[in-house]
Design a protein. Structure first.
Length: 337
């Protein structure tokens, strides 16, 4: 790819800073950031990276621009994807790419036409601890996978959230927003497809935000009778050492592995990989660095090379998330039985 510029259209979540930073480190320059609201985040990223704020999207689609990054409001990302397709620009979006079945069908249509490559910041495949787990599975260290458990409590910081965050229509809600990572990892780690999903989404806070739900507990049956439990909430304490104490548990016929993705508050912030086997005592494995960043992986795909995260993976993770959201039961403490 000879073009050496990128741009950002839509700047509503700080995750886009990952894309910006990695593109700059790879030697690209940024043509600018466009955010209709000209919000605090767009100004902060502009100041941090020395990137101009654009007055229109059109300014950011010049011939020198190879890739567009997008962290628009969740239900508007598909509009940006289609807009980029109309201009022949590859696009990397923050997760989730879509929040409705209509959006999913539009995403599938863009992917099916094959005019551009679509990336999504499913960054957990590129987390050192999860990369280490993947290597352990590939080497047969766990034997056959029996169960997978994933927990991701998050800090809410309600006062700092934009209004759209509390709207199910705009944000997608807790399952779509947070568990899209988990559905992607389930397919990647096991090599199996999802068969059935059940579970509950709970609302026990904020009656003044009627479509905002604060917990998700989901059970997934995969091929070969692998069962997974997925859990997320918005209740990490304010005093927690991290915004989200993400943990992954994988039980195999030969060993058990626990990942503490944000480290251990009593030990340190580095990710922790704990393995216990039938033949050895409990040990801590070094967390291995992935071979590339998610942005490098995307650029490799654009160039026609093999990638760790494919466009098909993105579509299937989005589809599984949409399906799950339509299948689970929503429980609202504030609604009459």
């Amino acid at each position: 790819m000879n073009k050496r510029q990128f741009s950002v259209i839509g700047c509503q979540h700080a995750h886009i800073g990952i894309f910006i930073s990695e593109m700059l480190e790879l030697g690209y320059s940024c043509a600018g950031i466009y955010e209709e609201e000209q919000n605090g985040l767009s100004r902060a990223l502009s100041d941090k990276f020395g990137i101009p704020l654009a007055r229109s999207k059109e300014e950011l689609l010049g011939d020198s621009v190879a890739v567009v990054g997008c962290a628009a409001i969740n239900d508007e990302k598909i509009d940006v994807i289609e807009y980029c397709e109309s201009r022949g620009k590859h696009v990397m979006v923050d997760k989730p790419a879509v929040v409705s079945m209509d959006g999913l069908q539009r995403l599938k249509a863009v992917a099916g036409r094959g005019n551009i490559e679509i990336g999504m910041l499913l960054t957990e495949r590129f987390h050192p601890a999860i990369h280490t787990l993947k290597k352990q599975i590939e080497q047969g260290a766990l034997g056959d996978i029996v169960t997978v458990g994933m927990r991701k409590p998050h800090r809410l910081d309600a006062a700092a959230r934009p209004e759209w965050f509390f709207s199910k229509k705009q944000s997608g809600g807790i399952l779509i927003d947070l568990l899209v990572h988990d559905f992607d990892l389930l397919r990647w780690l096991t090599g199996k497809e999802i068969e059935t999903v059940s579970g509950y989404i709970g609302k026990t806070i904020m009656p003044e935000r009627p479509t905002f739900y604060n917990s998700a507990s989901v059970q997934v049956l995969m091929q070969d009778n692998i069962v997974a439990q997925l859990y997320a909430d918005w209740h990490s304490p304010v005093g927690s050492w991290t915004w989200g104490d993400g943990r992954i548990f994988v039980t195999g016929t030969e060993s058990f592995v626990e990942l503490r993705l944000q480290g251990d508050p009593l030990v340190g912030a580095d990710p922790v990989v704990i393995r216990s086997t039938n033949g050895e005592s409990v040990e801590s494995l070094p967390a291995l660095q992935p071979p590339c960043t998610i942005t490098e992986d995307f650029l490799r795909r654009i160039g026609g090379g093999e990638s760790i995260l494919t466009q098909d993976d993105i579509v299937k993770a989005s589809e599984a998330t949409m399906w799950a959201d339509r299948t689970v039961t929503y429980l609202n403490r504030y609604e009459a039985p």
